[in-house]
Design a protein around this ligand. Structure first.
Ligand SMILES: *Cc1c(COP(=O)(O)O)cnc(C)c1O
Length: 385
């Protein structure tokens, strides 16, 4: 059997002509850098997410970095985030010179736990790691902000996160790399914090045919800085440099491809709801695995459909033997990574992230899943223990 984990070919076959036409337009106008398609995509996505400003950029990682730079994050700053995410979330904090302060996750959504966020903040303010685990060098850190992640496509608890942050003068950045198309009490992912960063990596809900990303904000002051940071901190022209920045632009060809893909994106988000609901129907009552839980009032973008089971290795073995692709997001929480050894965190510091990393796995998820393939996957899972 040859079942894809994410079926990009099925999507391409629907819109091949439109993609080709859009690429050809770029080849004929020749504006490969910051061509008109970049602005057009920015305008469409700003409208979709419902924020004033959308700044296309070279990747989700650069989108996060630009958002942090726009907040002038640097050495001595503490930025609270989750240890259960793709490394880029914390890596970009570290690249600014700031220090990530990890906060454990909720057991049901795997997103940062606002109650524990309060504990971590308190621990840092009182310089007391007995209140909550803190990174090495915490004595010199000033709390500046929070990077919350919308893991697997479900938005974090922004009502609590934002109100906590407002009371304490912290900024909030939404890592929406996995959640474009998701909703939070009627608002769209990407509009829920001071800035949001999304990714157009091919496997994300809205994927390009290469790297790309976008920063969203409603704040004109931040937007102005983001446009500048995207192009080496430019001022009124390219050779006036007001601040340090990046070569962080989105390629015109990727924007042209994304414009074609965006036409069917809202429909694909709806198809993902159906696929997810079918999995939950097939697997939800089994007791063998626990299915993802979406909180009331929220709609996930279903970047991944992730199950939790104590029998993970057995189940993965059975799926593999039947040719079903699977993935583990994420097998190693960030505080156990070599890159973060210097923070001095210990085993047991973030017990939920540690437990979930041992028991979670993801099964094929995309808008074009065939119901019979989903039934087959469910059967294999239910028969494996
Ligand atoms: C994919 C991802 C990123 C990084 O996006 P790239 O476009 O690959 O740089 C950041 N955060 C999360 C949560 C992601 O899933």
């Amino acid at each position: 059997m040859d079942m894809p984990f994410i079926d990009l070919a099925a999507q391409q076959s629907r819109i091949y002509d439109r993609i080709e036409e859009n690429i050809k337009k770029v080849l004929s106008h020749g504006q490969y850098i910051m061509g008109p398609e970049v602005g057009e995509l920015e305008e469409r996505l700003a409208g979709f997410v419902d924020v004033k400003f959308a700044i296309g950029c070279s990747s989700g990682t650069d989108a996060l970095l630009m958002a942090l730079m726009a907040h002038d994050v640097g050495p001595g700053d503490a930025v609270f985030t989750t240890p259960f995410t793709f490394v880029a979330t914390a890596e970009t904090i570290s690249l600014t010179g700031a220090t990530p302060v990890f906060v454990d996750i909720e057991p049901d959504t795997f997103n940062i736990d606002p109650g524990l966020l309060a504990q971590a903040f308190d621990a840092l303010e009182k310089m007391d790691p007995d209140i909550y685990p803190l990174p090495a060098g915490f004595e010199g850190l000033k709390p500046r902000g929070i990077v919350a992640v919308d893991l697997f496509g479900q938005c974090a608890d922004y009502d609590r996160i934002i109100s906590f942050a407002r009371d304490r003068g912290l900024f909030v950045i939404e890592d929406a790399a996995q959640s474009l198309g998701a909703e939070y009490h009627g608002r769209k992912a990407g509009s829920l914090a001071d800035c949001a960063a999304t990714s157009f990596f091919p496997a994300k809900p809205l994927g390009a045919y290469g790297d790309g990303g976008m920063v969203f904000t409603a704040d004109a002051y931040l937007a102005e800085k983001l446009y500048s940071i995207r192009v080496h901190g430019k001022g009124s022209h390219k050779y006036e440099n007001l601040r340090l920045g990046l070569n962080g632009r989105l390629d015109t060809i990727q924007a042209a491809i994304l414009i074609a893909k965006f036409e069917i994106f809202p429909e694909e988000i709806e198809l993902r709801q159906e696929v997810a609901a079918r999995y939950t129907e097939l697997l939800g009552q089994s007791g063998v695995v626990s299915c993802p839980k979406v909180k009331p009032g929220l709609k996930s973008a279903w970047a991944q459909y992730s199950l939790v089971s104590e029998h993970r290795d057995t189940i993965l073995g059975k799926l593999k033997a039947s040719g079903i692709p699977t993935a583990i997001y994420y097998p190693i929480p960030l505080h156990f990574q070599g890159a973060y050894r210097h923070l001095g965190y210990k085993k047991g510091d973030f017990p939920m992230a540690e437990k979930i990393s041992r028991t979670i796995f993801s099964i094929p998820m995309h808008p074009y899943m065939k119901p019979e393939d989903q039934r087959l996957i469910a059967e294999i899972i239910l028969d494996s223990v």
